[in-house]
Design a protein around this ligand. Structure first.
Ligand code: NAD
Length: 283
């Protein structure tokens, strides 16, 4: 078997085009505020990419760049101000924050209806209890789009997610449960990882370990989603040994060009939805 590629770049471009058309019909512009503290190089690049993508679909995206040694009280004050600002529809705090800051406290401070990353307690609770939040986290939401594009009915499938982070593994598990999947979350302490992975109809690798998932870990015909972003010898690569796994999987996402572009598109979609909810405009 040679796996078919799930083209996240193409799907994200189509979603952004649709979004641009819908934004053009609004009376105002959805406004995203990005809070960035410190000088983490990857974060700076991600946030500039988000800003460019937002502007391309007709939204406003302001980056609030705080110094590395910013105090928690100053960070809180900024978030409180953005919460109160009627022009701001969505707020995200770029992670990781410098180590002296309490990231969980910062995320908790964002109003649920502006929490377009969906990382706050309220949206997390809604996702797990109702299967639906104001906003689902962008990467898992994007993964669900990718999966549904090749397997519209996920009911009864066994999904194995390698990685239990709050931003990918756990919210993805909640979304897949909502689609009636049987979900296994594996992590760095899981035993028999290869056997767990090989029992999956849907295998999601989100652990940040380059090439961890090999051909033998993949059931013939499984759909494989590679979330990992690793830099190996100057090149981006995922958590999946792409060439080997292509021999067993039915569908696979590449790195780059799979999950990554969908994440940004989903963040913009959440910001658009925040605008609609707050403005009460309908399209
Ligand atoms: P994280 O470091 O917060 O969590 C990693 C998880 O993987 C942990 O739960 C850990 O237990 C597990 N893990 C680590 N090593 C393992 C191993 N050898 N076997 C099994 N499990 C193991 O990471 P994260 O923020 O969830 O990100 C995971 C990866 O996805 C990273 O490479 C990150 O860059 C990437 N990522 C990509 C996007 C995107 O848009 N494409 C978004 C978020 C994260």
């Amino acid at each position: 078997m040679t796996a078919k590629i799930i083209d996240g770049r193409k799907m994200a471009a189509e979603l952004r085009d649709e979004l641009a058309e819908r934004v053009s019909r609004l009376s105002g512009k959805p406004h995203l505020a990005v809070v960035l503290a410190g000088n983490d190089e990857a974060s700076l690049i991600y946030d500039r990419n988000k800003q460019k993508a937002a502007e391309k679909v007709g939204m406003v995206c302001d980056i609030y760049h705080l110094p590395e040694d910013v105090l928690q009280t100053e960070l809180n004050r900024l978030i409180d101000g953005l919460n109160q600002d009627k022009n701001v529809n969505g707020i995200i705090v770029q992670l990781p924050l410098p180590v002296h800051l309490d990231a969980a406290a910062a995320l908790r401070r964002i109003l649920p209806e502006k929490d377009v990353d969906g990382f706050g307690l309220y949206n997390t609770g809604l996702l797990w209890t109702q299967g639906k939040a104001f906003f689902a986290p962008a990467t898992p939401k994007g993964i669900l789009h990718l999966l549904k594009s090749v397997s519209p009915d996920l009911s009864g499938k066994h999904a194995v997610i390698i990685g239990r982070s709050n931003i990918v593994g756990k919210p993805l598990a909640a979304l897949l449960l909502g689609c009636d999947c049987t979900v296994t979350i594996a992590h760095s302490k899981s035993e028999n990882l290869a056997a767990l992975a090989a029992s999956a109809d849907i295998l999601v690798a989100a652990c940040g370990c380059a090439g961890l998932v090999r051909k033998e870990w993949v059931k013939p015909g499984a759909v494989v989603i590679d979330v990992g972003i690793n830099r190996v010898e100057g090149k981006l690569s995922g958590d999946v040994d792409f060439d080997g796994v292509c021999e067993n999987a039915s569908y696979i996402t590449p790195v780059p060009g799979g999950v990554g572009p969908m994440t940004v598109a989903m963040l913009l979609e959440n910001t658009f939805e925040a605008y609609l909810q707050q403005s009460k405009e309908t399209l």
